[in-house]
Design a binder for this molecule. Sequence first.
Ligand SMILES: [Zn+2]
Length: 151
Amino acid sequence: MQQTVLRSSQDQLILIEHQVIQVIDSFRQLKTLDKEAGGIMIGEYRDKHLRVTGLTRPGVLDHRYRNGFHRKSPHHQAYATMCWIQSKSLQVWLGEWHSHPEDHPTPSSIDLDNWKSKLPNRHMILIIQGRISRWWGLWDGKSITALEVIG
Ligand SMILES: [Zn+2]
């Protein structure tokens, strides 16, 4: 199976299945009026490593702007709960993604404040999709570090 492999500064490997990246990539804000998109990612912890296998797309109840995305639709949490039940609690909410209308994105101060106030006390993957490249980050329960793509 095709996947993207990332490595953290603590030598954790993060595997992201190709179809997850494809969906995120499809929400690049290439046109002037394209709004930010976002959702959550689903996956598994394997020892200290993480594997992302699924995601949610934006829903009609989410608030989407040219420069902003607020996850309001209940379908994100519903999908996470369904995966958790169907996988017998193997698959969990493992991170979140959103797009930015910039070529090479970095987290905004709003993004950083949001993550610090809302993310749970465990490791989570964060992705920002730009028009050309992506930013990849790891939340370790307290702080955020950028991840390195190794394959
Ligand atoms: Zn952002």
